[in-house]
Design a protein around this ligand. Structure first.
Ligand SMILES: Nc1ncnc2c1ncn2[C@@H]1O[C@H](COP(=O)(O)OP(=O)(O)OP(=O)(O)O)[C@@H](O)[C@H]1O
Ligand SMILES: [Mg+2]
Length: 239
């Protein structure tokens, strides 16, 4: 599978999702995520944020409609190419999903090692990132010994360390204090500035308004793209 630049990172066309027990979550969902963009994904608890992200990282298949990832129709992707596409995606799961028997350092170093980086270099990079997120005293700890907010920062470090093409983060600041949440928000913005497409799910619409990026608002099985409010700056220029 060739790695050619794509205009759209993600495109949903008329996508519906009906669960096995017959309950419909999405119907006729249309959505375009441009390559290199930063998007907040909002909606009340149960609106479908985690499930939408799951469809994006190919963890759940739509019932009908078309989903394209990096301009490739996901229904036509071979098993081998799914692995290829997944390696381009960094995922922060809402429930972290750290590997329980690996230390914090090894959890974060793993994505680099999978890509062939030497263990020594991978661990050095992981240690630097963990230091930045305030976890330098926990490098050798096992995940279950950390608090929820600490585990969340490990999960974020693991998702961003490989500088993925697409970062999907599910409530990545749900367990940390406001100051840490802002710091992490700026980490995601930095990733975006370096070219990563970022989708950040949160039920906290105030957080989504901290940065001026579009918001995808989920309601009643539909997605609404809300552009950020313009900010009035000096000299009367709107930005
Ligand atoms: N595999 C499944 N089978 C049946 N129903 C499911 C399944 N996965 C999700 N749902 C339902 O879909 C709805 C949306 O769930 P989802 O976890 O995507 O919401 P969310 O917006 O992420 O909520 P929260 O803010 O609480 O994390 C919920 O009502 C949930 O019960
Ligand atoms: Mg969720």
């Amino acid at each position: 599978m060739q790695d050619i630049p794509s205009k759209n990172a993600i495109h949903f066309q008329n996508v519906s999702l009906v669960f096995e027990h017959g309950v419909r979550l999405f119907s006729g969902l249309n959505l375009t995520i441009e390559s290199g963009g930063f998007y907040f994904l909002t909606g009340v608890s149960g609106a479908g944020k985690s499930t939408l992200l799951k469809m994006i990282y190919l963890g759940c298949k739509q019932s009908s409609g078309t989903i394209s990832l990096f301009d490739t129709n996901t229904a036509r992707i071979s098993f081998r190419d799914i692995a290829f596409l997944r390696r381009k995606i960094g995922i922060v799961f809402q429930d972290f999903r750290l590997i329980p028997h690996l230390t914090v350092l090894d959890n974060v170093a793993l994505p680099l090692q999978v890509r062939g980086v030497s263990p020594r270099k991978a661990q050095a990079e992981a240690a630097e990132l963990l230091n930045w997120v305030g976890l330098k005293d926990h490098l050798k700890s096992l995940p279950h010994t950390l608090s929820g907010g600490e585990q969340q920062r490990v999960a974020i470090s693991r998702a961003v360390i490989g500088r993925p093409k697409l970062l999907v983060a599910d409530e990545p600041t749900g367990n940390v204090d406001d100051e840490t949440a802002l710091k992490l928000l700026y980490l995601f913005e930095e990733m975006h500035k370096q070219g990563t497409t970022v989708i950040l799910a949160t039920h906290n619409r105030n957080l989504a308004q901290e940065l001026k990026y579009p918001e995808i608002f989920l309601e009643k099985g539909q997605a609404f793209l809300l552009e950020p409010e313009p900010t009035l700056i000096k000299e009367g220029i709107l930005v």
